[in-house]
Design a protein around this ligand. Structure first.
Ligand SMILES: Cc1cc2nc3c(=O)[nH]c(=O)nc-3n(C[C@H](O)[C@H](O)[C@H](O)COP(=O)(O)O)c2cc1C
Length: 278
């Protein structure tokens, strides 16, 4: 039988830091023999998206000649994805967002990734400085329609410190042991039940909105949110299809139709060449 492939993305430059050793511990604990591969994303070249939208077209890859397509194809081929991403200045490490921005062709990627297990491991240095991370990290696995097994925020400042804390070694091992048989992570009652975000936009009359998946709910008398309609989440397969294959492609047509008019708007700014570079 073919061995399953497990890919670990380490989004930290720190060698043998918390992201790296926790991912390795999870990998070592998988009961069946797997092909394990690690990519330290911060060592690769991931350039900013140029907004050309080529990746939305059938059979077309991103045109940028950096390492993105390599990572994209590795993610596609993997049977499970582990991501270790530390908190930097109240959010996930910037490379996580760089990668997420490049996954515009996510509906195509989801043909390979949907339903496959994904674990997020998120080391952070100090309680109260987690910021918006938990909300922000949901986007990538949800776009890929993966089965998010856990979104583990681990308090640890120093490299490897996470494994000095009681219980963390065992927890990492339990994640590895159940990687291919665990149910999807169940968000708590104070998290968005559809995407797991723990941040909400406050409206009038007790209404709240999840800024990540766009679902709308309201706060009940006990302050526990109620979310009536799961189909509102932008991350359902149907809503993602409608956004990326419907709305975005329509925008591309609109752009071609209105190109001349848009160029006219740009014209007075064309010669304002105040750019500087080091
Ligand atoms: C530039 C930088 C910014 C950081 N910002 C935060 C932060 O906002 N909140 C926090 O809890 N920890 C913060 N940390 C601490 C790291 O999240 C923590 O050391 C973590 O264990 C690093 O994971 P690693 O060992 O996998 O690199 C920061 C660390 C660095 C280097």
């Amino acid at each position: 039988m073919m061995k399953k492939k497990v890919l670990g993305l380490v989004i930290s430059n720190r060698k043998l830091g918390n992201s790296e050793i926790l991912l390795k511990e999870i990998m070592k604990s998988i009961p069946e023999e797997c092909d394990c591969e690690l990519i330290r994303l911060t060592e690769l070249k991931i350039e900013p998206c140029t907004a050309c939208y080529v990746c939305l077209q059938e059979g077309k890859e991103c045109k940028l000649t950096d390492d993105f397509n390599y990572v994209f194809n590795k993610i596609k081929q993997a049977d499970a994805l582990l991501i270790g991403v530390p908190i930097y200045l109240l959010g996930p490490h910037g490379y996580y967002k760089m990668l997420t921005d490049r996954v515009l062709g996510s509906v195509k990627l989801a043909e390979s990734t949907a339903g496959k297990p994904c674990i997020l491991v998120i080391p952070f240095g100090i309680k109260g400085w987690e910021g918006y991370t938990r909300a922000a990290v949901q986007v990538l696995p949800r776009l890929m329609q993966m089965k998010l097994i856990d979104c583990w925020q681990v308090e640890a400042t120093l490299p490897a410190e996470s494994l000095l804390q009681a219980g963390n070694l065992e927890y990492a091992q339990s994640l590895g042991k159940s990687l291919f048989k665990a149910d999807a992570y169940q968000p708590g009652i104070r998290e968005c039940p559809f995407c797991g975000s723990d941040l909400f936009r406050l409206g009038t009359d007790r209404r709240i909105e999840c800024p990540i998946c766009g679902s709308e709910g309201f706060l009940q008398d006990d302050n526990i949110p109620l979310w009536p309609d799961p189909e509102q989440s932008r991350f359902t397969a149907a809503n993602l299809e409608e956004h990326f294959n419907g709305w975005l492609k329509e925008m591309k047509h609109k752009f071609h139709e209105e190109k001349a008019q848009l160029k006219e708007v740009q014209r007075p700014y064309r010669d304002d060449d105040w750019w500087v570079k080091p």
